[in-house]
Design a protein around this ligand. Structure first.
Ligand code: GAL
Length: 428
C-alpha cells in the first residue's frame, strides 16, 4: 500500500520565496474589517462557478457551529491557484498570513513546512482522533518528522477525460478512446466536423494536460519514477511522451480564459473533449448558478484520460494553520469543520471530489463520484504535477514556464531540455 503513494519529498523553498504577486485576483483587494478578531480569513482560490459551491456549504456549517465567528472569504480568482499562491507567497514573506490557507498535500505543502510558515496541528489530530480517519499515506504527505501540518478536506482526480457524447457521435467516434493513439484518431475525426476537438483553458490547463499525457504515454511506473532520485527526463520515452503531447495539443482550440469556459465548450456541444480534474463534475452537474445543471451521460460523460485507465492521479486540498495567524482560535475552528465528517460530506459532493476521511457517508457520492470512490480504493496511484503532489511550487513554476514557451514554439527538444533542467535544479 505504501508503495502506491508518492513518497513525501524534501523541497527547497527558494523559488517559492522569489515568486511575485500577480495582484489581480478577485479577493486580493479585500481585507478583514478593523476589529475583526471574530472574522476568520480563509484564503483559497475557490471563487468561480463550480468552485465556490463547496466552500459555501462548509462556510454555512462553520457559521452555524461558531455563532461568534464570521467567515471572511479571501479567495483569489484563478483556477488551480497559481495567482492565489503567488499572492500568498508575498503575504507570508511579509508576515501577514491569512488565518488559514488552502495548500495541496504533497510537495507543495512540504515547501511551506520547510519554510517554517506553518504550525503543526498534532494536538488537533489527537483531540479529534484524526489519525484514525485519514489514510496514513495521506497523513505522510502533510507531515515532517512526526509533525502534521494541515487538514486534508478532499481527494480530487486529475486524469479525467470529459466529453460530449453527441459531438462524438456526430464525428463518428463510436468507442471512447482508451489509448493516446485512439485519442488522436478521435480528435482527428472531430476536427473534420468543424467542432473544437479539445477544449483548453489558460496556461495551467496545458500543464494539467501534460501530466495526463505523460502518465498515459510513459505508464504509471515510469511516471512515478520521475519524482525519484534516478529520474530520466532526457531519454527516448520522454521524447515520445512529449511528441504525444505536441500531437494532442495540436487539436486544442483557442485557449479559453480558465477551465470553466473550456469545460463549457464541451457541455454546450462546441467541443468534444477536455482533460480536466473532477472539479469539472461539480461544474457540469451542480444546478445553476453554481454549475451548469447538465445531465450526466447525456450532456457530458467521462473516462480516465487516454492511456491512464487503472491509475488514479490524485491531489488533495488541505487547510493550514499559518504561524502568526491573526485569529488563531478562529482558524482552529475552521480546521475542525474542514476535518469533520459533516464538513467533508457537505463540501465534497458539491466540489466534485471525494472525502479525505475514510468514514464518510458513501451514499452521498453518486454518479461520477461513485466511480471516483471505487477507483480511489482500487487503482494504482500517481501524483499530480500541477496540483502540488509531486513538485514544489518552484519546480511547478519552471514547468509552467517551459510549457508556456512550448505552446508558442512547439519545440519538443527545447521543452525536454527545459523540463530536464527544471528537474535537475529542483533540489527535491
Ligand atoms: C486545484 C484544486 C481544486 C480545484 C482546481 C481548479 O488546484 O486542488 O480544488 O480548485 O484547482 O481550480
Amino acid at each position: 500500500m505504501r508503495r502506491r503513494w508518492m513518497a513525501a519529498v524534501a523541497v527547497t523553498v527558494a523559488g517559492l520565496l522569489t515568486l511575485t504577486a500577480c495582484g489581480d485576483g478577485g479577493g486580493a483587494a479585500q481585507t478583514p474589517q478593523a476589529g475583526g478578531e471574530k472574522k476568520v480569513e480563509v484564503f483559497s482560490w475557490w471563487t468561480g462557478p463550480g468552485e465556490a459551491d463547496g466552500l459555501k456549504a462548509m462556510k454555512e456549517i462553520f457559521e452555524k457551529q461558531n455563532p461568534g465567528l464570521t467567515f471572511f472569504d479571501a479567495a483569489v480568482a484563478g483556477g488551480s491557484g497559481d495567482k492565489a499562491r503567488a499572492l500568498l507567497a508575498t503575504k507570508l514573506q511579509a508576515d501577514t498570513p491569512p488565518d488559514t490557507f488552502q495548500g495541496h498535500a504533497g510537495a507543495e505543502l512540504q515547501g511551506y513546512i520547510k519554510a517554517g510558515d506553518l504550525e503543526p496541528v498534532n494536538s488537533l489530530y489527537d483531540e479529534l482522533k484524526l489519525k484514525d480517519v485519514f489514510p496514513q499515506q495521506l497523513v505522510d504527505q502533510i507531515s515532517v518528522q512526526g509533525q502534521i501540518y494541515s487538514v486534508p478536506v478532499n481527494i480530487h482526480r486529475s486524469n479525467v477525460m470529459w466529453f460530449n457524447p453527441a459531438v462524438l457521435k456526430e464525428a463518428g467516434v463510436t468507442e471512447v478512446p482508451k489509448t493516446i493513439e485512439e485519442f488522436t484518431a478521435a480528435l482527428e475525426k472531430v476536427k473534420k466536423t468543424g467542432k473544437i476537438p479539445l477544449a483548453i483553458g489558460s496556461e495551467w490547463t496545458m500543464v494539467h494536460l501534460l501530466e495526463s499525457v505523460l502518465l498515459g504515454s510513459l505508464g504509471t511506473e515510469a511516471y512515478n519514477q520521475l519524482w525519484t532520485a534516478g529520474s530520466d527526463w532526457s531519454g527516448p520515452a520522454m521524447t515520445k511522451a512529449l511528441n504525444d503531447f505536441k500531437t494532442v495539443l495540436s487539436y486544442a482550440g483557442d485557449p479559453a480564459d480558465d477551465w470553466q469556459p473550456a469545460a463549457k465548450q464541451v457541455a454546450d456541444g462546441q467541443a468534444a473533449f477536455t482533460i480536466m480534474g473532477d472539479w469539472a463534475y461539480g461544474y457540469f452537474h451542480n444546478p445553476p448558478d453554481g454549475g451548469l445543471g447538465k445531465k450526466s451521460k447525456t450532456d457530458f460523460d467521462w473516462a480516465p484520460s487516454p492511456g491512464t485507465g487503472g491509475t488514479f492521479m490524485w491531489l488533495s486540498d488541505s487547510f493550514t494553520l499559518p504561524k502568526g495567524a491573526p485569529n488563531r482560535a478562529g482558524a482552529v475552528a475552521w480546521l475542525k469543520v474542514a476535518a469533520s465528517k459533516e464538513g467533508q460530506d457537505a463540501f465534497n459532493p458539491k466540489k466534485g471530489s471525494i472525502p479525505a476521511r475514510k468514514d464518510a457517508d458513501t451514499s452521498l457520492y453518486t454518479d461520477y463520484l461513485a466511480d471516483a470512490l471505487k477507483d480511489w480504493g482500487s487503482n494504482k496511484l500517481a501524483g499530480s504535477i500541477q496540483h502540488g503532489v509531486t513538485v514544489n511550487d518552484a519546480w511547478r513554476v519552471s514547468i509552467n514556464e517551459a510549457v508556456g514557451l512550448f505552446h508558442t514554439d512547439k519545440d519538443v527538444a527545447a521543452l525536454q531540455a527545459a523540463l530536464a533542467e527544471a528537474a535537475k535544479n529542483s533540489g527535491q
